[in-house]
Design a protein around this ligand. Structure first.
Ligand SMILES: Nc1ncnc2c1ncn2[C@@H]1O[C@H](COP(=O)(O)OP(=O)(O)O)[C@@H](O)[C@H]1O
Ligand SMILES: [Mg+2]
Length: 340
């Protein structure tokens, strides 16, 4: 009989990662589906679909079904998840693996149940859900079993989860729509206003990753950006500087600071003081923005650190939970009525 390995799934708003017990991360794909507009036929999933963003012919659209952290298009989410899990698990007739899935915080009860049912159809024996900030904390290795407060901030593309953990559970948490996409949108708006330049989402993301900064930089780096001149309607290449991107990102970064502060205000004082001592741990791809932790430290005077490999924290946390199912029992959500 073929060996069955349990899997951990990070169903993110921009990337899906799958961890397989004994093997490590076995899949890492953009959460994108390419669909034919009229027939709704699915043309590609994952990296093949990602390449079509912004450059699809009129009848094809590349969709990120989990964009804002909620399942904006459930049909597509199902197809995508089934496709990725199927790729990793294959067809297993005798032994069904277990799965631990971390879904975006905005996903509602009905959608959670459907995700479990999709996983069952994809060949899982049992699927349990793990809260995103808890998964991130486990992945980073934050110890939160003791009566001591730890803060974790997981910044994805669509949303940011902010949570205070203590005694093995979430004490206070919040989920805000301030993530990587929000930064990209701010860059798009800024360049439209300042240079009459219209750029696409992928270009904005490249600018953010290449020259973006949440704090002023001493020396300016520039990047040539091609977009469409809004007045002439013609293509235009504009040189964009780090200072400009800093200007564009200043307000969104402050909004994030306020969201973190609001969670700290709701945190019991003793735990808040632990956080002031130990600092905030960041995970998720969007926390890689240059100067982000520095900007947060400057505003809140709380030390901040980013996980070593922030984009893999959540899936690694799901993996750790698989290794200790009994110990993690109180953190895992199941939907009994749906296991068939
Ligand atoms: N070096 C970087 N600097 C700034 N943002 C980054 C960097 N690398 C990735 N990102 C952003 O991280 C986000 C994706 O993070 P990820 O954790 O995979 O998201 P999700 O969990 O929502 O799928 C995207 O918005 C991407 O632009
Ligand atoms: Mg993530």
């Amino acid at each position: 009989m073929a060996q069955v390995n349990d899997i951990g799934v990070d169903l993110g708003t921009s990337n899906v990662l799958i961890y397989m017990k004994g093997k490590g991360i076995v899949l890492r794909e953009p959460a994108v589906v390419a669909v034919e507009r009229e027939s709704k036929k699915i043309l590609a999933v994952g990296s093949d679909a990602y390449r079509m963003i912004g450059r699809t012919p009129g009848n094809v659209m590349a969709v990120r079904p989990l964009r804002q952290g909620t399942v904006s298009d459930f049909e597509l989410t199902s197809t995508m998840l089934r496709y990725f899990v199927g790729n990793v698990v294959g067809r297993r007739l005798f032994a069904r693996p277990r799965a631990i899935v971390s879904v975006p915080s905005g996903v509602n009860e009905v959608e959670k149940r459907s995700i479990i049912s999709i996983m069952f159809d994809a060949g899982m024996r049992r699927t349990q859900l793990l809260d995103r900030p808890v998964a991130a904390a486990l992945g980073v290795g934050v110890q939160f079993e003791e009566a001591y407060g730890s803060m974790i901030v997981d910044m994805g593309a669509g949303v940011t989860d902010i949570a205070v953990l203590s005694m093995g559970e979430v004490v206070v948490s919040s989920c805000v729509p301030i993530g990587g996409d929000y930064f990209d949108d701010a860059i798009i708006r800024y360049l439209r206003k300042k240079h009459n330049l219209l750029i696409g989402e992928r270009t904005a993301e490249e600018i953010k990753i290449n020259i973006g900064s949440a704090v002023p930089q001493v020396s300016d780096i520039t990047m040539d950006v091609t977009g469409r001149n809004l007045i002439s309607g013609l293509p235009k290449t504009q040189s964009v500087t780090t200072s400009e991107v800093y200007e564009a990102l200043k307000d969104p970064v402050m909004e994030l600071v306020e969201a973190i502060q609001a969670v700290i205000e709701r945190t019991p004082p003793q735990l808040a003081s632990d956080i002031f001592d130990d600092g905030i741990v960041f995970s998720g791809g969007a926390s890689s923005l240059t100067g982000l932790t520095e900007a947060i430290y400057t505003a809140l005077r709380i030390p901040c650190g980013v996980a070593d490999d922030p984009q893999t924290s959540v899936v690694m946390g799901c993996g750790r939970a698989l290794d200790d199912l009994a110990g993690m029992k109180h953190l895992l959500e199941s939907r009994k009525s749906w296991s068939r």
